[in-house]
Design a protein around this ligand. Sequence first.
Ligand SMILES: C[S@@+](CC[C@H](N)C(=O)[O-])C[C@H]1O[C@@H](n2cnc3c(N)ncnc32)[C@H](O)[C@@H]1O
Length: 222
Amino acid sequence: MPSFKADEASNYEQRITRLVPGYELLHDLTAAQLKTLLPDEANILVVGAGTGKDIIALAQLNPHWHFIAQDISDDMLAIADQNFTNLGLSNRVTIVNGPLAEPSGEHIDAALCLLVLHFLPDNGDKQDLLNTIRAQLPHRAPLFLADLMAPETEFERESQLLACRQLGLTEIGEQRMRHNLLHEFYPLDRMRLAELLAQTGFDTPHHYFKALGFTGVVCRAD
Ligand SMILES: C[S@@+](CC[C@H](N)C(=O)[O-])C[C@H]1O[C@@H](n2cnc3c(N)ncnc32)[C@H](O)[C@@H]1O
């Protein structure tokens, strides 16, 4: 997994839009669904909040929602914190630096985990994170999940690299991404994702976003 520390944090916002085709759209579509689903007063858990993009997209759609911004990289969270301050959002966000803890008893209406789970191996680590998220959620609360999935055609990954070049990725960046796609991600296929979600207390995942390998699904806590 990338470290998301130092330079990997400070250049994240420039890098990510060239590495994930449809990055902005993924966040816009996730936010639109939450706006449709949730009441005006809601508390949203964002696991792997990074530099705050998920929360900024959501906060723009509703002025009352509160957020928990959790991440294991203090460098990413420091940028998020600055972004929240710049946008006047700080009083609506609780920052949690470190692994997701046991539930505090605070009511949570929905959770997001965008572009995080694909970095964890399927050796129990993905399951542990999903179990920890599930423990925070009441029955029927939605979880929005987005990850690089296993390729569905033999030309998908190559096309994805080409799409990244069209988004401005350099040749060196492409070589790095080609390597990372093989060595830094642990992509699941649809069946395994559905199985893991069932094992961790979520219902059937419904796909709402697909940009070559990057896939967004929504499911609900059983
Ligand atoms: C690609 S970034 C995605 C950030 C944000 N969700 C977005 O869409 O821009 C992945 C983030 O997940 C965080 N991360 C990785 N493993 C994690 C874990 N087990 N729990 C919480 N955050 C984690 C990393 O530190 C990093 O900030």
